[in-house]
Write a protein that binds this ligand. Structure first.
Ligand code: RFL
Ligand code: PHB
Length: 401
């Protein structure tokens, strides 16, 4: 098979890249190792930055999101039984975040791909990349019937998530990897219950972190910090609710509305960056190049930002043969990625507890929580990062800062 861009992975990065390219008349083929049903059902992210929402709307795939999404202007931070609201809308000059589940974004993008008649193959295996440093890179794989296929293309986009075979194709001596593993995991549940709070609640507690998020007026998403060695069997529903009640408790009359748990899973927490995000004719985008702990709600949004930059660079190339932005792809993305990594690390360190924390560390956390919820400058900085930084940064003369 011959195409312009071979895309590995039908997550948010791969599907959005194909969508952006198709709108500019650039042909691509997507291959995905899982089934369509599986990717449309996997529960992951929930919070979309304003820029992601704008991108979905401007490219014609935002209709369901605008109907079903929930728009939030602030978040609540709890600690020591106190409730403090950060009014992000006010502090960022009118921005907000949208709660719309990742698997719904996936459904919208798959529907758009099918409508546009784009090629997309599920259930592939044995994906292998070669010729990355030649003018004709190619991808070989086994299709769902087990037959060998090959895609010959101009460029390859590795959008295949954290366990990415694409990233492993970059020679080890070129690849620099930065990683931090946190000494805790998140247990996430979906519960059939009405929301207990109008906005997301991030709770710091001596017993550990908890988060109250939402999905629909009938289904809520809640998370608990747990030990990394815990398995789901260690967490019967009653124990989950007991910990949620404790960690979200406040000095006033707030009560957690409980309901049947319809899904639960445990995810590890890590920060990871691969530098560079490109090699020859291979470009990595999304989780294949970087992972953030979910406390800052940045992963999907970073994936969307990467592919916006990549699609722009590919338009330049096909429109005029200009390769300047393709060559600078990694540099442009990484500047933004490191800032999102910093913010995700900051939110994670601010809100979690772990065994090695000394009483001093605990008091520092409380002081930072007090500061960020009482200083306008600190709350504004948090808000600016939470709603999302711009795609690229202007160099500012020193006097402006
Ligand atoms: P994905 O979504 O992992 O998609 C990669 C796809 O590639 C496929 N694949 C392959 N296909 C072909 N051949 C191979 N050899 C392949 N190997 C893998 C996979 O099957 C998959 O379909 O990566 P992508 O597109 O980069 O998107 C990244 C996001 O999924 C991720 O960053 C977010 O889910 C992170 N995240 C959040 N992000 C946000 O922006 N806001 C949030 O509120 C938020 N909350 C979260 C999160 C992630 C979480 N977990 C589960 C880690 C909450 C949680 C709990
Ligand atoms: C979610 O709703 O899944 C969610 C919300 C906020 C986060 C992470 C995940 O920081």
């Amino acid at each position: 098979m011959r195409t312009q861009i071979g895309i590995i992975g039908a997550g948010p990065a791969g599907l959005m890249l194909a969508h952006l390219l198709q709108r500019k008349g650039i042909e691509s083929v997507i291959i995905e190792s899982r089934s369509r049903m599986e990717i449309e059902r996997t529960i992951r992210a929930g919070v979309l930055e304003q820029m992601t929402v704008d991108l979905l709307n401007e490219t014609g795939v935002g209709e369901r999101m605008m109907k079903k999404g929930i728009f939030h202007e602030g978040i609540e931070i709890r600690y020591n039984g106190k409730r403090r609201r950060i009014d992000m809308h006010h502090l960022t000059g009118g921005k907000y975040v949208t709660i719309y589940p990742q698997h719904e974004v996936i459904k919208d993008l798959i529907a758009a791909r099918i409508n546009a008649g784009g090629k997309m193959f599920f259930n592939v295996s044995d994906v292998c990349l070669s010729g990355l440093d030649t003018a004709k890179p190619n991808i070989s794989y086994l299709n769902e019937s087990g037959e060998k296929e090959e895609i010959i293309c101009d460029y390859i986009a590795g959008c295949d998530g954290f366990h990415s075979p694409s990233r492993q194709s970059i020679p080890a001596e070129i690849r620099k990897e930065y990683q931090k593993i946190y000494p805790y995991s998140w247990l996430g549940i979906l519960a059939e219950a009405p929301p207990s709070a109008p906005e997301l609640v991030y709770a710091h507690h001596e017993d550990g972190f908890a988060l109250h998020s939402t999905r629909t007026p009938e289904i809520q998403r809640l998370y608990l910090q747990v030990n990394p060695e815990d398995s789901i069997d260690d967490w019967p529903d009653e124990r989950i609710w007991e910990k949620l009640r404790l960690r979200l408790s406040t000095e006033d009359e707030w009560t957690l509305i409980e309901g049947p748990v319809i899904q639960k899973n445990i995810v590890p927490m890590r920060s990871f960056i691969c530098d560079p995000m490109q090699y020859g004719r291979l470009f990595l985008a999304g989780d294949s190049a970087h992972i953030v702990p979910p406390t800052g709600a940045k992963g999907l949004n970073l994936a969307m930002a990467d592919v916006q930059i990549l699609a722009g660079a590919l338009f330049d190339y096909y429109a005029s043969g200009e390769t300047g932005r393709l060559e600078r792809y990694s540099e442009i993305c990484l500047r933004r990625v490191w800032k999102a990594e910093r913010f995700s690390w900051y939110m994670t360190s601010l809100l979690h507890r772990h065994r090695d924390y000394t009483p001093f560390d605990y008091q520092i956390q409380l002081a930072e929580l007090d500061h960020v919820t009482t200083s306008k400058a600190a709350a504004q900085s948090l808000s600016e990062n939470y709603v999302g930084l711009p795609l690229e940064f202007e160099e500012q003369p020193l006097s402006v800062i």
